[in-house]
Design a protein around this ligand. Structure first.
Ligand code: SF4
Length: 241
């Protein structure tokens, strides 16, 4: 089926950031946020994007009209959320964005490996959340079976050769420095080259307890020291505060 004959993807669009330099490394990109996420991370600062809904006709067509107006001005399109791989039409939307000349990026928690596998051929870059160590994964995201699904997604990314970054949100209710160190070394051992540590924003959290200070949070100097010691394990390791 040719591009023109294929049906429009149906995607529930929660928002569009028209231009950013932060969401796709080294690229000027827009971000398409898709509604719905099966996870319940306590620190989630987009709780309004969690509830899934059916897409209304024409939502993707509006995004595509925007993309056509930005051809030659933006380099990339990033699908974010929510959890973009929740949606069956993500692969076709990614293919259409690429056919318009954009590089296509994806932010994902990696909990739908089959959908990720279908989308990978249409992607140029992936930011994969790593919510925590395998033993704590399901507790951190509030849903069973997710750690195993995530492990499969990481395998797929490593095997694909696609450019990707792992990123972990640091909230000291979920992690301590020792478990963070083990997690980082485990990722490096598996072959992850690029890793970003992002200190959680606590202004708005799904679980109000996550907005409160954590009594045994490590001092930022100890976190920076840990990052220094982990540097040799990665091609690129970044602390985002
Ligand atoms: S932070 Fe967790 S709950 Fe919130 S959108 Fe991301 S994966 Fe979903």
């Amino acid at each position: 089926m040719s591009h023109d004959e294929s049906p429009w993807p149906r995607l529930p669009v929660a928002g569009l950031t028209p231009m950013t330099t932060l969401d796709y490394p080294d690229h000027l990109a827009c971000v398409v946020f898709l509604q719905g996420c099966p996870l319940r991370c306590g620190y989630c600062h987009n709780p309004q994007m969690l509830e899934p809904r059916r897409a209304a006709p024409g939502e993707w067509a509006e995004v595509e009209a925007f993309l056509e107006r930005r051809q030659g001005l933006l380099e990339g399109v990033v699908f974010s959320g929510g959890e973009p791989t929740l949606h069956a039409d993500l692969p076709s939307a990614a293919a259409r964005a690429r056919a318009l000349g954009f590089k296509v990026g994806l932010h994902t928690a990696g909990v739908y490996p089959r959908r990720l596998a279908e989308t990978l051929p249409h992607l140029d870059w992936v930011g994969l959340d790593v919510k925590g160590p395998a033993a704590r994964f399901d507790t951190i995201v509030g849903r069973p079976g997710m750690g195993a699904a995530h492990a499969r997604s990481l395998e797929l990314l490593l095997a694909s050769g696609i450019d990707f970054e792992c990123r972990t949100t640091l909230h000291w209710r979920d992690l301590d420095l020792a478990s963070l160190r083990r997690l980082a070394l485990d990722l490096a051992e598996q072959g992850v080259k690029r890793y970003a540590l992002q200190v959680a924003r606590t202004g708005q959290c799904l679980d109000p307890a996550y907005a409160q200070p954590v009594a045994d949070a490590p001092p930022s100097s100890e976190l920076r020291d840990l990052v220094e010691t982990l540097m040799p394990a990665f091609e690129h390791l970044e602390l985002r505060v």
